[in-house]
Design a protein. Structure first.
Length: 559
């Protein structure tokens, strides 16, 4: 378990914006023992669905943070889509589409099925875990000015109290992260360009609504993007008859639809042909215009951007929120080392270097899905691969990587990679079940690699066939800063000869052989160093890899 941090400690990082990106970053830093403040100018926490789709890679990261069990208790699976057409005022089902057919999990990928959970509930879970570590979101607190210095950032905060009075504060902190959304203050103040396009011809009106007399087991859809689209999706709050609704199209009356609940309800009834729908509450009602944009850098000096402040995605691909939390997970452990004076300066530079190409690629992917939806002829059966509603593994973010990063060490020879698809440094570190701890150094009940990986330290997996060959790796790992790396000897199936030799080191047996297969251990000795964000930071067959990676990440700060 992680130790709560005294709220009176001077914060080393100010996080502006308490959406998923800001909350994940705050949680990651607190788990690393870094005092933070997280502020949001909103007077109260938001409600509604917004980024509700949680992709498999995000579930893995939530597991590392220790919040996944709570999310899985509240989620719903992605429902099948019922397509309708309205004839003579009546709605008729014309087809049923499974956008996310069930996929059987594998040893390497234990989560292969996206899930749905309203963003407001996800944020509530993250805030609960934040509170357990001694930190609360400061609502009604706005960053109104920021000034960088060589050794700190000066911030001016304005807090609106419950009685309406204003209190101002000047805060000096080591780093500032803007996770304050697409219209946030920090990106504009710091002069980050927001490159891309706004789709002016496509209007969306979205709402969170309570409706009686509608089947909650399906996602209901009428029309198409070329004319007018109506989509009604059940939410995780099914007990309260809650649905998420969108009306979209080039010629919809978006001004009236987005400002008048009565007009919106009338539009839903007309487009669906379901006059019997009983609306009990319209909880949120907003106009949405699609932006496909990103900045050309995620940092300037001591100021960083994460999430929607740095990139805007069409929600059709379900990538925005998932990309945002990966930003924060990438940045969190690096900021933690920097604030503890354990990181070389280049480590923070790697945040932009690693995330920019990933975000650019994902934006192109979501743009592709959006265009497919716009061009789709509802009267022509499109092949599955051309359907915008076929959400295959391309959207699961399991292939997101940082290969070629300046702080990644890949020292396997090319001949090894020519043998077939092989894990490379910078890739997502795969899971493996069947782990059997052979000494008391690991957390009780650890049966997966994902049980061993941690948000606050590196994990060094050492594979060998001769115990003498493993000793140089362990000796070099002792030069890393204390409590920042967890060495783990991974023995093959049935091999228990070396347990006594490494009595002071964590030893596990790969009882099912999944670890050795996933990490492609054809060599007599090999090491894979997994970063706190679940990426392979270093991979090689020589002890030199251990020292090379230490110098890149920890620099001369290591002891």
């Amino acid at each position: 378990m992680f130790t709560p941090i005294d709220s009176k400690l001077t914060p080393k990082v100010l996080i502006v914006g308490a959406g998923p990106a800001g909350l994940v970053l705050a949680l990651s830093l607190l788990q690393n023992g870094v005092p933070v403040r997280i502020v949001d100018k909103a007077p109260k926490h938001p409600v509604g669905q917004r980024g509700s789709g949680i992709q498999p890679r995000s579930m893995e990261l939530y597991r590392t943070l220790g919040v996944l069990d709570d999310i899985l208790r509240e989620h719903i699976p992605v429902p099948k889509i019922r397509n309708y057409e309205v004839e003579s005022g009546f709605s008729q089902v014309i087809s049923v589409l499974d956008t996310s057919p069930f996929m059987t999990p594998t040893p390497e990928c234990p989560y292969l099925n996206p899930i749905l959970l309203g963003q407001s509930r996800t944020q509530g879970i993250l805030r609960h875990h934040l509170s357990r570590l001694g930190r609360e979101v400061e609502l009604g607190t706005e960053l109104v000015d920021i000034e960088q210095h060589d050794d700190c950032v000066t911030c001016r905060l304005k807090k609106t109290k419950e009685d309406g009075s204003i209190e101002e504060e000047v805060l000096k902190t080591e780093y500032v992260v803007g996770s304050d959304g697409g219209r946030g203050f920090i990106r504009k103040k710091m002069g980050f360009p927001f490159l891309g396009e706004t789709r002016h011809g496509e209007h969306w009106v979205i709402a969170d609504v309570r409706i009686k007399n509608l089947d909650k087991s399906y996602w209901h859809m009428w029309g198409d993007f070329q004319n007018t689209l109506l989509t009604i999706r059940p939410t995780d709050d099914a007990d309260n008859d809650e649905f998420w609704i969108a009306i979209a199209g080039p010629d919809i009356d978006w001004q009236n639809l987005s400002t008048s609940p009565d007009h919106f309800i009338e539009g839903v009834r007309k487009l669906s042909g379901l006059q019997s729908l009983e609306f009990s509450e319209v909880m949120t009602l907003n106009y949405y215009r699609i932006n496909i944009r990103m900045t050309d850098s995620f940092s300037k000096g001591r100021v960083f951007l994460a999430g929607d402040a740095a990139h805007a995605h069409p929600f059709i691909g379900g990538q925005g929120m998932n990309t945002s939390i990966q930003d924060s997970f990438n940045l969190g452990w690096k900021l933690a080392l920097a604030t503890k004076s354990l990181a070389s300066p280049r480590l923070l530079d790697s945040y932009s270097v690693e995330r920019l190409p990933v975000v650019a690629k994902l934006l192109e992917l979501t743009k592709e899905y959006l265009q497919k939806a716009v061009d789709l002829d509802p009267h022509v059966d499109a092949p599955e691969e051309d359907s915008p509603y076929h959400r295959g593994i391309r959207l699961y973010q399991l292939d997101v990587n940082c290969r070629g990063s300046p702080v990644v060490v890949d020292r396997l020879d090319e001949e090894t990679y020519k043998l077939g698809k092989r894990l490379r440094a910078g890739d997502r570190a795969p899971d493996a079940p069947g782990i059997v701890p052979l000494n008391a150094g690991l957390r009780p009940g650890a049966t997966h690699l994902f049980d061993i990986f941690s948000s606050n330290k590196h994990t060094a997996l050492i594979f060998f066939k001769d115990s003498e060959n493993a000793k140089p790796y362990l000796e070099l790992l002792e030069h890393y800063p204390p409590n920042n790396v967890l060495p783990v000897i991974v023995l093959q199936q049935g091999d228990e000869r070396s347990v006594d030799v490494f009595a002071k080191t964590n030893v596990v047996q790969d009882s099912a052989g999944h670890v050795w297969r996933s990490y492609s251990t054809e060599h007599d000795t090999k090491i894979a160093i997994v970063r706190p964000d679940g990426c392979v930071g270093a991979l090689g067959i020589s002890p030199d890899v251990v020292d090379e990676y230490r110098k890149l990440v920890f620099g001369t700060c290591a002891t």
